[in-house]
Design a protein around this ligand. Sequence first.
Ligand code: ZN
Length: 75
Amino acid sequence: MKYINVGKERIRFDYVGSEEYEHVLCCLQCGYEFRVLLNRPSFSCSLCGNLNSIKEVSSFKVIGCIEPHRVSQTA
Ligand SMILES: [Zn+2]
């Protein structure tokens, strides 16, 4: 599975995780990438205003899921 660690976060690409986590979405109208919590009923692209319901994410592409990066070893 592809992922990158960014600070205390881990971004899993092409992955839809728990709705309690933020996800990175890409607006298919303008290409703008932004974060959104999937437990919201609806959301819109802050760049072009493209609006969509979370139940039918057709105007947006899910880039990945942002999970807290749990460090198993003490630093
Ligand atoms: Zn947009």
